[in-house]
Design a protein around this ligand. Structure first.
Ligand SMILES: [Cu+2]
Length: 170
């Protein structure tokens, strides 16, 4: 018991140190980079449990899950045979549909959206229903194929189906 307490104390202390590093990281030296990365994953763990719905045969969905986990998200992997019902349930516009559908907090993430965009969404909290990468562009996270990158847009969408560009990638 004592042992556990002291362990969690150490954890709290390292979080505090990590926080200090983050606060002062505008002038981060190369030696600070590793510590800064730890901060990102510690922060992410606090807010970023995501649920991914995918069909059992989708391998690129699994690749995207690996991308999300590497970025510090905790993934609940939900396998279903009926992805169109999921997309309908979560209000993904037909024009933006892709393979897997992810739910994080009140937002829906459709397809191969980069984790950095998910993070930005969670930070900025815009008044939208979610963001999506329609189709499966080559070079998007989970769709890597050598060095090829097909430029793609991450779109935002609202409950009433309005879409707009959220970010561009090339
Ligand atoms: Cu896919």
């Amino acid at each position: 018991m004592r042992h556990q307490v002291s362990k969690s104390k150490i954890f709290v202390v390292s979080l505090a140190i990590a926080g200090l590093v983050l606060a002062g990281c505008s002038a981060a030296k190369e030696t600070d980079l590793a510590a800064t990365e730890n901060v990102s994953s510690a922060q992410a763990a606090l807010v970023s449990e995501i649920t991914v719905f995918r069909s059992p045969t989708c391998s690129c969905c699994g690749q995207w899950i690996a991308h999300a986990e590497a970025a510090g998200f905790q993934v609940k992997d939900e396998i279903t045979e009926d992805m169109s019902a999921i997309k309908q349930q979560y209000g993904v516009p037909d024009s933006l549909s892709s393979c897997h559908t992810t739910v994080v907090g009140d937002y829906v993430i459709e397809g191969h959206v980069p984790a950095a965009d998910v993070r930005r969404l969670l930070t900025e909290k815009p008044d939208i229903a979610g963001i999506a990468v329609p189709g499966m562009p080559v070079g998007s996270p989970g769709m890597e194929s050598g060095d090829s990158v097909e430029p793609y847009t991450v779109f935002s969408f609202t409950e009433s189906g309005e879409t707009a560009a959220f970010s561009e990638h090339s």
